[in-house]
Design a protein around this ligand. Structure first.
Ligand SMILES: *Cc1c(COP(=O)(O)O)cnc(C)c1O
Length: 404
């Protein structure tokens, strides 16, 4: 039995559970009963894997990054989730959840989104399946992420700007839950990360576990060994990290390093480093580490990276960090920007600013030359070009010179 998987009651150690309003109780309970039999059925698996292959473009390559390996003194392999259709790992999850929704006879899809990446991934699979899609998005984010709003609309989704609170991701989640309460019978809520009430964290982790399933055979093929010495991923809500580590959680030979968004520094007021800064609380249906003040008021998260901008972090990761199974590093904005430029100039890969946080972790670990390191590039950086340009001073003094 795994120490880190969800238990029968929906908990990971002290974290998780399903803290939902009375009106959603039946809905959440139905989902708890339905999800495993459906996603483990042959019919589901067949359709899910066919779509991952021909629609998403999986398996995503495991690429040996030669120049970066030399620079950091290790054997670095990049898991290329940036090459998926729609440009990130999020589509692995939305494909799985929409198939589950269909099997459960739901006709209307809702989702929350911050930067718009999960909204786009949800609108995409709704277009694919011909289902009605409504996306809740903080009004501040609607303005900041104009292109993603237009992408969602073009895909046929209705985007609802949310004007409560800070008008960002956390408020969009609350509004999606409120909507779900009003339409529990016909609506399926596609949650975007390993958060929300049980069974969502487990469901999302399973949908993303295709990442480590592939890493296993790809590593075996490339190195003759199916496990790495290190796994590295960035962590917001925790879904790409969960997928990256899923099949290695109980394998103590594998060290796990996760990079959360430090913003201006985890010990400042401008941070999203939830595992460093959070205390136990309940947010969006689960018990987890949350950035909150002494009265339990949720504090706004701050980071240059819209995809990591959430004041909580999934319960599975809260537990693993607390048990000491994962090492969590706080990476500041300037370090992420520098790392993003570095990967671009050394390997010709422009990473999402979220993924750049994972790249920045490389310089904080002392490797042995023989260490096999797998780092997940969760998404591509096309959406972040303006952010990179605005902050390029951070990268300037770092001129990269290396010979082959
Ligand atoms: C949304 C997003 C993340 C953060 O979400 P997780 O659930 O922690 O994976 C990271 N990278 C990219 C590219 C994203 O779009």
């Amino acid at each position: 039995m795994s120490n880190y998987q969800v238990d029968k009651k929906g908990f990971y150690g002290e974290f998780g559970g399903a803290y939902v309003p009375e009106i959603l109780y039946k809905c959440v309970h139905d989902l708890q009963e339905a999800y495993l039999p459906i996603i483990e059925s042959e019919v589901f698996k067949k359709e899910y894997h066919a779509l991952l292959k021909d629609y998403v473009g999986r398996p995503s390559p495991l690429y040996y990054a030669k120049r970066m390996s030399q620079r950091y003194g290790c054997q670095l392999y990049l898991k290329r989730e940036d090459l998926n259709h729609t440009g990130a790992h999020k589509i692995n999850n939305t494909i799985g959840q929409i198939l589950l929704a269909k099997q459960m006879g739901k006709t209307r899809i809702i989702a929350e989104t911050g930067a718009g990446q999960h909204g786009v991934a949800t609108a995409t699979v709704c277009a694919l399946m011909g289902m009605k899609c409504e996306v809740f998005m903080g009004a501040t984010d609607v303005e900041r992420q104009h292109i993603n709003v237009e992408r969602m609309k073009m895909l046929g989704a209705e985007v609802h700007p949310v004007r409560t609170g800070n008008m960002t991701l956390s408020d969009a989640c609350s509004e999606a839950i409120r909507d779900w309460c009003c339409h529990p019978a016909d609506t399926f809520y596609i949650v975007g990360s390993t958060m929300g009430p049980h069974p969502y964290p487990d469901l999302v982790a399973r949908m993303q576990s295709i990442i480590s399933e592939e890493i296993k055979w790809q590593l075996e093929e490339k190195t003759g060994r199916d496990y790495p010495d290190y796994l590295i991923a960035c962590i917001g809500g925790g879904s790409n990290a969960a997928g990256t580590i899923y099949h290695y959680m109980d394998d103590e030979r594998v060290k796990i390093v996760l990079a959360e968004a430090g913003g201006h520094g985890w010990n400042t007021d401008h941070t999203a480093a939830t595992i460093h800064r959070g205390t136990t609380g309940i947010l969006h249906g689960a018990k987890m580490l949350v950035m909150q003040d002494e009265d339990g008021q949720i504090q706004e998260a701050f980071t240059i990276s819209a995809g990591l901008d959430y004041p909580g972090v999934g319960p599975m990761h809260c537990n693993m960090a607390k048990q000491g199974r994962t090492e969590v590093l706080s990476i500041n904005d300037d370090e992420a920007i520098r790392a993003g430029y570095e990967l671009t100039q050394m390997e010709g890969i422009i990473p999402a600013i979220e993924s750049a946080h994972a790249i920045a972790a490389l310089s904080k670990i002392s490797f042995q030359p023989s260490d096999i390191v797998v780092l997940t590039v969760s998404g591509r950086g096309d959406k972040d070009i303006e952010t990179y340009l605005k902050n390029k001073d951070f990268a300037q003094h770092e001129h990269i010179q290396i010979s082959d």
